[in-house]
Design a protein around this ligand. Structure first.
Ligand code: NDP
Length: 337
């Protein structure tokens, strides 16, 4: 990875709020940028902090006010929050009130029975650790990262309510919850007096499960929706059309995107989608992210990036005129073919 020169003193672009669009998060008072940046990959202890800093600066200068983390982002676990804490202290401290920062707990974080899932013990301890790593007094959004089949939903939701009442978070969200359990969680949170702000599901052209039911639940409940992996981890770009580049996610030794995931059937669709994108002067990456935002129930698309130029490209695509029905239909034909 080339070292990207970053000036020591960061001065945020004074025009950063001029072009980004913001959508209201459900029926709450919070607005989120059309594009948010997640720190799952490329911000770990194994990655270049200067590249991470350059990406965060680029994002903020483009009006991206929301950065998404979790306890176990790295590798190693916790290191993305540490990296973020260092960059925040140096570059963004004076902008804290312009930022929506989120973290999560739910997946495995530390050994033993209190280091994952959904107990009150785990959630509160994990958030305390996250706050320390990031050097924050509070996060703006704290999520339960995945449903826990063995802990009563009442316990998990009352832990989220406690987390807000104790000043550790301003809002709470849920992630990876299916429609029925999401609705129940939202009802419980409302009864407790801490309404659910947002749901964070995966959604992209190759994985459309939320369209069946969840989107309606969120609309009815007035809860926002931030969709993760809108590029299917990079598969919905042109980068894999001619093999697997060594510096791509699928080219790395430890990754959740395996070369075997990029099948011929995937590549066939990518090729056709790439042609549609070219017809309207977008890159496939731009088209794929823009497509996820066509339903107003989606508040924000939560992308990842490995370099600043990718963020610039996606934001510029998101701000182009809405996709026409004709283009949406053509995409539909490819996806259902
Ligand atoms: P994406 O689907 O957006 O994939 C991001 C990857 O796509 C980048 O790392 C990069 O990969 C490639 N890419 C991005 N922009 C471009 C571009 N313009 N041109 C070409 N390639 C591009 O999202 P992620 O899977 O990274 O997830 C995003 C965020 O969502 C995470 O950081 C996290 O915050 C959240 N998330 C939440 C989960 C949950 O359970 N709640 C689970 C997973 C993610 P490359 O390295 O190949 O350049």
């Amino acid at each position: 990875m080339p070292v990207i020169p970053v000036s020591a003193q960061y001065v945020a672009d004074p025009n950063r709020y001029q072009s980004m669009e913001y959508r209201r998060c459900g029926r709450s008072g919070i607005q989120l940028p059309l594009i948010s940046l997640g720190l799952w990959h490329n911000f770990g202890g194994v990655d270049s902090i200067e590249n991470g800093r350059a990406m965060l600066r680029t994002a903020f200068d483009l009006g991206i006010t929301h950065f998404d983390l979790a306890n176990n982002y790295g590798p190693p676990y916790g290191s993305a929050e540490e990296t973020f804490g260092k960059i925040l202290a140096k570059d963004f401290r004076s902008h804290r009130d312009e930022l929506i920062l989120s973290s999560k707990a739910g997946y495995d974080m530390w050994p033993g029975p209190y280091g994952e899932w959904g107990s009150r013990k785990y959630l509160v301890a994990s958030l305390d650790q996250s706050l320390k790593r990031m050097g924050l007094d509070y996060v703006d959004i704290f999520y339960h990262h995945r449903p826990d089949p063995d802990t009563p939903l009442e316990e998990t939701m009352s832990a989220l309510d406690f987390i807000v009442r104790s000043g550790r978070a301003l809002y709470v969200g849920i992630s990876n919850y299916r429609p029925k359990e999401a609705r129940l969680a939202m009802q419980l949170l409302r009864q407790l007096g801490t309404p659910c702000l947002i749901h964070q599901p995966n959604y992209n052209m190759f994985d459309r499960w939320i369209e069946r039911e969840l989107v309606n639940v969120l609309d009815e409940e007035g809860v926002g929706c931030i969709v993760f992996s809108p590029l299917a981890q990079g598969m919905l770009t042109d980068k894999y059309l001619h093999g697997i580049p060594a510096d791509s996610r699928a080219g790395k030794p430890v990754t959740y995107l395996k070369p075997d995931d990029i099948t011929n059937a995937v590549l066939e669709k990518v090729k056709l989608l790439n042609q549609i994108a070219a017809e309207i002067n977008l890159s496939l990456a731009q088209l794929a992210v823009k497509w996820t935002l066509r339903n107003r129930v989606i508040t924000s698309a939560l992308i990842g990036a490995s370099r600043p130029a990718q963020i610039e490209e996606i934001v510029s695509g998101a701000l182009q005129p809405a996709l026409t029905n004709e283009i949406i239909q053509k995409i539909e034909q490819i996806l259902s073919g």
